[in-house]
Design a protein around this ligand. Structure first.
Ligand code: ADP
Ligand code: ZN
Length: 518
């Protein structure tokens, strides 16, 4: 008696209905076709190849980059009574031999394997003598340098499509901007594959960005207005993680640090305490979150600017898995851009550096956006939102506009007066008439623009200068200490031939409007 996909979904996995796309993907593979699947984390990618592997004769081969991911999957499958095994460098010799013996005896339905193991010649030769149900490439973005997690050992996988004609191949990923997507298709030889893209929208997450001023105070204010809620605070360095966690503890908040430098036991302890709701806040580097399945994470705060939109999306996506309202707050400081840029430029591979700078720019674009954030975010992944979302800071409190003609003129002429040879901090110091030694040594206290902007705070000037950059009146010389320079567009404004409207700076963490009571 042959089973239907739906039977297997019910009897083996215990679910009643397929999620959107799952059923079509299963049918496509069961029918022998290739598929390329883009689905956010938690969307249910695994079933897309597990069920057709059970439907078709032979074993399903699954390529996965991380031993821990393989283990989780195999454990879960075995629990459901599926004959599954993983083959990777973490196995002892005996275990490895037994696993291969089971594979060759045709005892396995699913075989998880690390890419470098799979692609060794001896292994491929033997594999070709076995009936193969399908080939699945998980985390397929690892094949692309455009992806955020390039793994050289994935490149070899490009040979699979030709080596196994007639075996359906499925590539899956949770993160792929259009550029990465094309690259994956190209590198894996998936031109014939049907593309399945599910929406990346997480409508219950409220995206919010504020100018980073006194970040710890801003974080505290944010936490104070939601005393019963738990969440994650991401920071870029271990040092900062430790600092922020310590300060939160001093403020009486149940918080703990988490980063790759801590002992394994401590990390597990933090993770478990957080899952059990014994910890309110985990302050973490990006190391935290892989495999965290806590449904009631109510907020994710980015204390520092993430390196790219993929990471931002991935990290904010850990909030609100239970579909109840959740908040993603980004503290956006201009200084962070320079820090990230510096880290990226230290890289040795020029192609990689170029790509990462491009991605950082897109991240900055999101942070500086004055239109619906969700539109910008989904737009990055190639998805268009018909209407502004109504659930981001821009939609909820559209930026107030003000006539910035005069302020812009002051700022632009100050950039000119300092010789277009200084960055934002210095320009602001001159505008506000600060008394630094360096300023005096340079003779900048004698410039005509010295002190003409004393009526505005440094934060306000920062916001104005950023908007001038964003709007194309100024440019920052990335290769040269982020020095500010005028563009051709600045001239009419300086000459008084144009007026300019800008958004009023936002420096406060807005209290939530009216959050539904839970
Ligand atoms: P992804 O690999 O896309 O991150 P998973 O395959 O791990 O997602 O699935 C995420 C969660 O959703 C898992 O707990 C899985 O069991 C569950 N799930 C997947 N498909 C369904 C379904 N059709 N019905 C109910 N739960 C599902
Ligand atoms: Zn919006």
């Amino acid at each position: 008696m042959t089973q239907s996909p739906h039977d297997i979904l019910r009897t083996v996995f215990g679910y009643h209905a397929f999620r959107p796309l799952q059923e079509r993907i299963v049918a496509r593979l069961a029918g022998g076709g290739d598929a390329f699947v883009l689905m956010p984390t938690g969307g249910g990618k695994s079933l897309c190849y597990q069920i057709p592997a059970l439907l078709r004769p032979g074993v399903g081969i699954v390529v996965s980059p991380l031993i821990s991911l393989m283990k989780d999957q195999v454990d879960a499958l075995r629990e459901n009574g599926v004959a599954a095994a993983a083959y990777h460098s973490g196995l002892g010799e005996r275990e490895a031999r037994q696993t291969l013996a089971r594979l060759h005896a045709g005892e396995l339905d699913l075989f998880y394997v690390a890419p470098e193991r799979l692609m060794s010649d001896g292994f491929l030769d033997r594999l070709r003598e076995l009936p193969i149900a399908l080939l699945a490439i998980d985390e397929a973005h690892c094949v692309s340098q455009w992806g955020h997690d390039f793994r050289p050992e994935y490149v070899e996988l490009g040979r699979l499509r030709r080596l196994f004609p007639g075996v359906p191949l499925i590539a899956l990923t949770a993160t792929a901007d259009p550029q990465t997507r094309l690259d994956i298709v190209d590198r894996l030889g998936l031109r014939e594959a049907e593309l399945f893209v599910s929406s990346f929208d997480r409508p219950n997450i409220r995206y919010t960005v504020v100018d980073k001023q006194k970040p710890f105070q801003q974080l505290q204010t944010f936490l104070n207005v939601r005393p019963d809620e738990a969440g994650i605070v991401y920071a870029l360095s271990r040092k900062r993680v430790e600092e922020v966690a310590a300060k939160l503890q001093q403020a009486g908040i149940a918080a703990a640090p988490y980063h790759a430098g801590l002992p394994d036991a401590e990390r597990s302890r933090v993770q478990e305490a957080f899952l059990r709701d014994d910890l309110r806040v985990v302050v973490a580097t990006v190391a935290f979150g892989m495999g965290i399945d806590k449904p009631n994470v109510r907020f994710v705060v980015h204390y520092d600017l993430p390196k790219n939109i993929e990471s931002y999306y991935q990290e904010t996506g850990r909030a609100g898995r239970d579909s109840l309202p959740a908040v993603a707050l980004l503290l956006f400081g201009y200084g962070d851009i320079a820090v990230s840029r510096g880290l990226i430029e230290n890289g040795s591979n020029p192609d990689q550096v170029r790509i990462e700078l491009h991605k950082l720019n897109a991240m900055v674009g999101f942070a500086e956006a004055v239109t619906c954030r969700r539109r910008v975010l989904l737009g990055y992944f190639g998805e268009t939102l018909a209407e502004p979302c109504g659930n981001c800071d821009i939609c909820l409190t559209p930026p107030e506009q003000f006539d910035a003609t005069e302020a812009a003129r002051k700022a632009l002429s100050c950039v000119y007066r300092v010789g277009q040879r200084f960055g934002m901090g210095h320009v602001i110091d001159v505008l506000r008439g600060s008394h630094g030694d360096r300023l005096r040594q340079l003779g900048h206290d004698r410039l005509s623009t010295y002190g003409i902007g004393a009526d505005r705070s440094a934060e306000e000037w920062g916001s104005i200068l950023r908007q001038l950059i964003h709007r194309g009146y100024l440019e920052q010389d990335m290769a040269n200490y982020s020095v500010l320079k005028l563009t051709a567009a600045a001239r009419p404004l300086l000459r008084g031939e144009e007026t300019l409207t800008l958004a009023r700076p936002r420096v406060k963490v807005a209290a939530p409007k009216k959050e539904p009571k839970r």
